[in-house]
Design a protein around this ligand. Sequence first.
Ligand code: HEM
Length: 185
Amino acid sequence: MLKDSRAGYGLMTIIFHWVCAPLIIFLFGLGVYMRGLDYYSPWYHRGPEIHIAIGLLVFVLMLLRLVWRSRSASPDDIPTISKSNLLAATAVKMALYAFVFVICISGYFITTAEGSAASFFGIINIPATLQLSADNIDRAGFIHKYLAWSLIGLVVLHAAAAIFHHFIKRDKTLVRMLKPVQKTD
Ligand code: HEM
């Protein structure tokens, strides 16, 4: 029930997926919103505080998700899906993981650029490690921004493919990310 098996996804993977996906979309929305705020807005400080804390949480959840994934069997491919579609889906999923990690790491560098810690609501503080030059801080900001937009593009593609498979192809692509498999092997 908890672990993935060749028959489908287990409860843990399903929880990771449906907790991380909304948090990532929320982070994107908050990131865009907070960049448009002026200094006198009550959200000028609160927005980045929440963004950084939730960003750290997503980073840890995604790490745990990878560890969990490496310890579980992979569900079998759905036989009606072509090899090229499976390859494209795998490439998108790998890019989603890679983008999230690079966005989180660049976010950490922007946050700690001037020596302050990246804080999870003041409870856990991740100290600054590297002193970046002004140029490198700009590069980290550039990477963070454009990868975040690219990530959202991929999320839209990934969600559209799931909806297409559910309503048009009528296969179990989406259902198996909603209902945990009962049997594990
Ligand atoms: C998947 C996770 C994340 C997404 C999708 C995301 C998305 C964004 C977006 C869209 C922006 C606005 C960029 C702009 O217009 O310049 C932003 C800004 C920012 N993000 Fe993230 N972010 C994520 C994770 C993180 C993490 C983990 C941290 C810190 C540890 C962080 C720190 C920041 C900071 C400090 C800014 C403001 C940058 C500035 O004012 O120049 N982000 N983020």
